[in-house]
Design a protein around this ligand. Sequence first.
Ligand code: ADP
Length: 514
Amino acid sequence: MDYFQKLTKQVATFLGITQFVATALAIAGVLIAAYVYSLPLYIVALIGLAISSAVAYLSGRLASTYVTEPVLFLWKAILHVSPSSHGASAPDLDKSRVGKELVTSLALQVYQLASSETPTPQSARHTAAAEHNRTDAIMQNFPLPVFVMDKKQNIVYANTAALHYIDQPKQDVINHNMYSVLDLSFPSDHTFDAWLTDSRDNKATASESWERVRLMLGDQKTKKQFDMAAYYNKDNPENAETIITFFDKTVRYNKDDDAVSFIALAVHELRTPLTVLRGYIEVFEEELEGKLDPELEGFMHKMQSSAQQLTAFVSNILNVARVEENQLFLQLHEENWEKILRSILNDMALRAQVHDKTIEFSIQPDLPTVALDRVSIYEVVGNLIDNAIKYSDKSSQIIVKSYLRDDGMVETTVQDFGIGVPSSIIGNLFEKFYRNHRSRAQVGGTGLGLYLSKAIVNAHGGQIWVQSKEGEGSTFGFTLAPYAQLADELKTTDNKDIRRTAHGWIKNHSFYQR
Ligand code: ADP
């Protein structure tokens, strides 16, 4: 403040002196004109006016230069530190005449402010760029593959681990659509794409993870398997709508697949002796009917039921191996569903009886004929009834119903009143190897029955579903298409039946043309 008062004083003195000089010069001019040259009064007045105008103009110019000098010095100091002025030289503060102390002090403060990190737009941009570089360096060295997609699902970023993982050069990945770069398949229809569509419709941000995702590399031979996590951000300003990362489990999941293949190979060898055993059990049963006491008859039934269970297990394993290889071929024929279902339930009745369960069956009369592959549908119903028996605890009632739905599909449900499934895991039941850990210890199984059933039902063009409440029981249901609905398909071929392949992997985006 002292410096400021000093400046005010200096300016006041300067203005005072210039005013005094101007007035003195005007008076001197008037006196000289009047007394030395004895000019008439009006000439004297004109001379006085001219002198005072000239002096006022000169003193004004002088005063403005003088008074604005501190501003000039400060302006130069600011320009000197401003990044946009590209190296303007610093003012020589020693040459400052007006308010030197104030100017020096203010200029120093300007330099100080500039050297600390003041976020001018330019420096903010520099900071953002530095931040971006740092993030990029971290992401590039991040050991997991990371892909970032924009709203059109074009890949806008892929780190080094990602490019390495999919074995593709950067130019074939960046700015390419993710569906053309990442050939992903999922073990259920809860695919990345399904999740993204749902997130776009309902959420601002969302995250999700998947297990056992498959990626086929460009050579169409190498298969990677991993767990995957994704993050969605609706209006991300960086154009990063979705981020995905992979947790490679190729070795582990391949081992599981190999185990299935190996078991399938071993199990295949069980088929012949098993058929022989079942044949003889049937012969015994026929020959000894009515001749055995009830206890021995009970044993006979248990033998028969176990042989049946073993047969179902063998074909489940073999079929899962086929599904994995896309080698499970189905032939759909026109069938009377009531007849087929009754015959399957008839076969299962003994098994239910051995476990003290009763199957109640009701079917809507006059159902349309359906298109099905007998052997594989047998397996689906067998798996559902088998589960109802296994997981129904002490309750003995199993209800099977079949009816026509409003949409024209034939639906069949298997209901039990057993242990049920907690809602948190209900979505996983149809996944390969999935078993509820709570029932795992008490009840034997492979976690393949529902997975296989789903693949088979889907290959028939139907859907499989479950409704369950823990402690109260479960209802599993599946639909089959009426034959008439699929018959159009036949017209386009010369075949008498409809051929389908059951596969367990759902493509991420089946509509995208690669
Ligand atoms: P598995 O029965 O051989 O374990 P599944 O694929 O048939 O394999 O079934 C997967 C899991 O689903 C089972 O382990 C069990 O936890 C659960 N589950 C299936 N059916 C039922 C049911 N009716 N009631 C309760 N839980 C069931």
